[in-house]
Design a binder for this molecule. Structure first.
Ligand code: EAX
Length: 326
């Protein structure tokens, strides 16, 4: 009688480690890096014993995979799985995203949270799908302010003719034209361009100015608060759709928790970043914003918001921001 060797079939599913890349353009210490490291820890812990897991995240920072436009293209192709991207460059892929960058839309973080964590935020994340992205969460870049090497800006008239680097976004380009500047779209980083005087100024949240050491090459800081800038945490849609449902849930939950953690970090540190920029010698002005707002109001009729679907969403977002005004 033949003796058959017993074939042992494992009762549980085999765990298969999956390595994924998460790309950001900024350095360790940046807002994106805070979100990225929190996500990495959370998702790696959560997927230890999940079928198809664990998911192991490799963070590529400091624009090692190119600027945000290039990272978005790599995510679309599936060469990179995940990114934390400033809303500006994403607007060129999904024009609807530009509604949350509308000038002077938000006056407080409470309003930001009410809109981005409400139905409009959810709707925007789903609008990324047709171009191949899975929208996961909004983390925070912050309120943007103007810096330049030429002169203190007290009123919008002082902006006239300043050569300003803007993100690769038609919306930001149109806004700075409307404010009287001479805008030049560029990816990130921009330290060298500022140091060499290729442009006079740029606009970004305070933490960006400090972490990128722009105070070394920009003397004037004007607290304009002109645009709230979100970071959109997203992934390649095909990759996400093919994940085991438990892994999908783990990715979503970890990114949302990382974003909540990072928004708190950003808000806690804002005042300290302003102090550090003053201590580093930046000349700070608090410009008269009525003039900025009056000019920026023209954006309601700008071509970037002309598409009927985008315009309808813009009106909705303006209503929602008004309704959540403290
Ligand atoms: O996220 O490109 C930009 O101006 C961004 O705001 C910057 O990379 C920080």
């Amino acid at each position: 009688m033949a003796v058959w060797a017993a074939v042992v079939v494992p009762a549980r599913r085999v765990l298969a480690m999956q390595r994924v890349t998460l790309a950001i353009v900024t350095t360790p210490g940046s807002a994106q890096h805070v979100t990225a490291t929190a996500f990495k820890t959370l998702v790696e812990n959560a997927t230890q014993h999940v079928p198809g897991g664990p998911l192991v995240v490799s963070i590529q920072h400091s624009a090692s995979l190119g600027d945000e436009t290039s990272i978005l293209q790599q995510i679309q192709l599936g060469a990179v799985e995940l990114g934390i991207i400033t809303s500006g460059p994403l607007e060129e892929f999904v024009p609807a995203v530009s509604v949350i960058s509308y000038p002077y839309l938000f006056a407080s973080h409470a309003q930001v949270d009410a809109v981005l964590d409400g139905p409009i935020g959810t709707e925007l994340l789903t609008r990324l799908a047709p171009v191949g992205f899975k929208g996961l969460a909004f983390s925070e870049n912050g309120f943007r302010h103007l810096t330049n090497s030429k002169r203190p800006v007290h009123t919008v008239a002082d902006v006239a003719g300043l050569k300003i680097r803007v993100m690769r976004s038609a919306m930001h380009h149109a806004l700075w034209r409307m404010l009287g500047a001479n805008p030049t779209p560029m990816g990130w980083p921009i330290y060298t361009e500022l140091a060499q005087g290729a442009v006079d100024g740029q606009e970004n949240p305070l933490w960006v100015v400090a972490e990128a050491r722009l105070h070394e090459v920009q003397r004037h800081l004007s607290l304009t608060h002109h645009v709230y800038s979100a970071h959109v945490c997203l992934g390649n849609l095909r990759w996400f759709d093919r994940l085991d449902p438990a892994l999908q849930q783990a990715v979503l939950t970890a990114m949302r928790q990382a974003a909540v953690h990072q928004r708190a970090w950003a808000r806690e540190h804002e005042a300290a970043y302003l102090d550090s920029l003053k201590a580093a010698g930046m000349q700070v002005t608090e410009p008269e914003t009525d003039g900025f707002k009056a000019r920026a109001a023209g954006m309601l009729d700008a071509p970037v918001y002309a598409d009927p679907a985008v315009h309808a969403l813009l009106l909705q977002v303006l209503d929602a921001a008004r309704a959540s005004q403290p």
